[in-house]
Design a protein around this ligand. Structure first.
Ligand code: M6R
Length: 368
């Protein structure tokens, strides 16, 4: 009980720790000069050339973090970036050209498929960057370069703060590569917003927990859920669905919103609610709004995640709108991630599930 720090479950404690985790992940990696200029330091990467292409390989939530980061690494870092599920990568004889690098992401550093992918990448002559939480783990030992996420021990089987730290570190990598390639294109505003995030997230989390509890009570009898998002929110939609199914055993589909009309729309009915990530800083807002209209037209219930001053969805008749603090684009994803985690946590708790140790799951998947 003491280790839970007064929280009912480790998962809730770990969600609430995220502001500190972000601070710890930034510690020692950002410098501010007396003139106010900022720079990112990832000394671990200084010794290897900027990759001509980065192949990200991971499983589960770590894969979702990689998917979230892909666009940032390309747009902010200027690095062409591919993504693979480790269990697929290891058997598909991937082409890795000279100058390209592989980045494996793993909280535990012991995931069998991710470790096999790392070994394959090394056999193929690639430099391997390991993004790990557990110091001295197999992946940390075997990678050419390790970046530690510094999230602290994650006890709950469901990964929460580890994903948050992976996202922070990938954002720093994108900034680092952008800065290394051309200081002129360095996205200072993103770094400023990242540094301000811990305080803002800490202030927002208690109200977010209350809202998650209300919504969990309203939707506790649902047996299926649909999660929709676009761009970086697509990765979060996948993560939201993964968290809901692993914790509360409710069937959940995470989809890129644009794919809805290509099949899953057939599922929509009054018993199949949709969790729509309709954050307003998203260039895709009008498109997600039209997805919401499609759901409502089929009598589907909608929970819409929006920002405080975001464009309104009320004219559509969405009953359950969840407002999150306004923030800089990209940074709003961290609020959305916490909201999705809290909703899954509350659903599992309301349903009386074993939150910290869901059935059939292990914290570290060391077998294939
Ligand atoms: O330790 P890893 O990050 O390599 O683990 C990968 C997955 O097994 C892990 O993220 C899993 O999906 C979690 N149960 C998600 O909450």
């Amino acid at each position: 009980a003491a280790a839970k720090g007064g929280y009912k479950h480790f998962m809730l404690k770990e969600i609430m720790e995220q502001p500190r985790v972000i601070t710890d992940c930034l510690t020692g990696r950002v410098t501010e000069e007396p003139d106010g200029s900022l720079s990112v330091h990832l000394q671990e990467l200084d010794g290897i050339p900027v990759p001509s292409r980065l192949h990200i390989v991971a499983c589960g939530t770590s894969y979702n973090a990689g998917l979230w980061g892909q666009q940032l690494l390309e747009n902010v870092g200027g690095i062409p970036t591919d993504l693979d599920i480790a269990s697929e990568f290891r058997y598909r004889d991937p082409i890795i050209l000279p100058g390209e690098a592989v980045m494996v992401i793993s909280q535990s550093g012991e995931t069998a498929d991710t470790l096999a992918a790392l070994r394959l990448a090394k056999e193929k002559g690639a430099k391997v960057i390991g993004l790990c939480n557990v110091v001295g783990s197999s992946i940390a030992r075997e990678a050419d370069v390790v970046l530690y996420t510094q999230a602290g021990p994650e006890i709950s089987v469901a990964s929460t703060k580890a994903m948050c730290s992976q996202m922070v570190l990938i954002a720093l990598m994108a900034l680092y590569y952008g800065q290394r390639r051309s200081p002129a294109v360095f996205d200072r505003n993103l770094l400023v917003a990242l540094r301000e995030l811990p305080e803002k997230l800490a202030a927002a989390l208690p109200a977010m927990q209350k809202r998650a509890e209300q919504l969990a009570l309203r939707f506790a009898s649902s047996r299926s859920f649909f999660y929709l998002g676009r761009g970086q929110y697509n990765a979060l939609a996948l993560e939201g669905a993964l968290k809901l199914k692993e914790l509360s055993y409710i069937h959940a589909e995470g989809y890129a919103a644009g794919e809805m009309k290509h099949g899953p729309i057939a599922l929509i009915d009054p018993q199949f609610p949709t969790f729509a990530l309709a954050m307003d800083d998203d260039v895709f807002f009008p498109k997600v709004k039209s997805n919401i209209q499609e759901v409502l037209a089929r009598q589907g219930r909608v929970i819409a995640l929006v920002q405080e001053k975001g464009r309104s969805l009320s004219s559509l008749g969405v009953e359950d709108i969840w407002r999150l603090p306004d923030s800089y684009p990209v940074i709003s994803c961290f609020f959305a991630l916490s909201a999705l985690q809290l909703f899954s946590y509350c659903m599992a708790d309301v349903l009386g599930k074993d939150v910290d140790q869901p059935r059939n799951l292990a914290k570290s998947v060391t077998v294939e």
